[in-house]
Design a protein around this ligand. Structure first.
Ligand code: ZN
Length: 203
């Protein structure tokens, strides 16, 4: 397995629209495994192929809450919902489509392509999803909680959209201008005192 390089905003490659996967090949399976490894190595809970410079409609997710003292602080939505518990994770979804959205929820989102920036985004609360698995099987399920938020965030990536596009126009342009001006903190120079990523999660 290998770690993949994650593209960062404002890389224009993140704006490309991904194409449906027509066939699950051994190479695609290996790529999905590399995506999961990459996501975990950065403590992310979701990753879309678009973020690692590949234009396939494929996302990986693992939103299971960790055990431990900081779990509650990091996962402000609390424990897994009953619907989330029904889904076996980590999850690899090929050609995911949201067939139905219900209700609204908000979450302080981050993104591995926009590291160390966090903003509250509104998403649907409950979603009906259809996708294909790595075994080529079609699946359909309904979910909510952090998993539903993360799936919506990752599908946005497949359409060239970032969570910072979903803020109010004023806030969106402020955040984008700030990133373009100051860039991202260097993880190697992290002194641990001002580490936002310790208390939030990136999708
Ligand atoms: Zn993201």
């Amino acid at each position: 397995m290998a770690l993949l390089e994650i593209l960062k905003y404002p890389d224009p490659k993140l704006r490309r629209k991904c194409k449906p996967v027509e066939q699950v090949t051994p190479e695609l399976k290996e790529f999905a495994a590399n995506m999961l490894e990459t996501m975990k190595s950065f403590n992310g809970i979701g990753l879309a192929a678009a973020q690692v410079d590949r234009l396939d409609r494929l996302i990986v997710l693992d939103t299971r809450r960790p055990e431990g003292d900081d779990a509650e602080a990091r996962y402000e939505l609390g424990g897994e919902t009953e619907l989330e518990k029904k889904i076996t994770q980590p999850l690899v979804l090929i050609n995911p489509v949201i067939k139905k959205k219900q209700g609204k929820t908000t979450y302080n989102e981050g993104c591995l392509s926009v590291p160390s920036y966090f903003e509250v985004v509104e998403r649907a609360l409950l979603i009906d999803v259809e996708a294909m698995t790595l075994d080529g099987e079609k699946i359909a399920f309904q979910t909510d909680g952090l998993l539903a938020i993360c799936i919506q965030h990752e599908i946005d990536h497949l359409d060239g959209k970032l969570f910072i596009d979903r803020l109010s126009p004023l806030k969106s342009s402020r955040v984008k201008a700030k990133i373009k001006k100051f860039g991202y903190p260097d993880p190697d120079e992290d002194d641990g005192e001002n580490d936002v990523t310790d208390s939030h999660i990136e999708l």
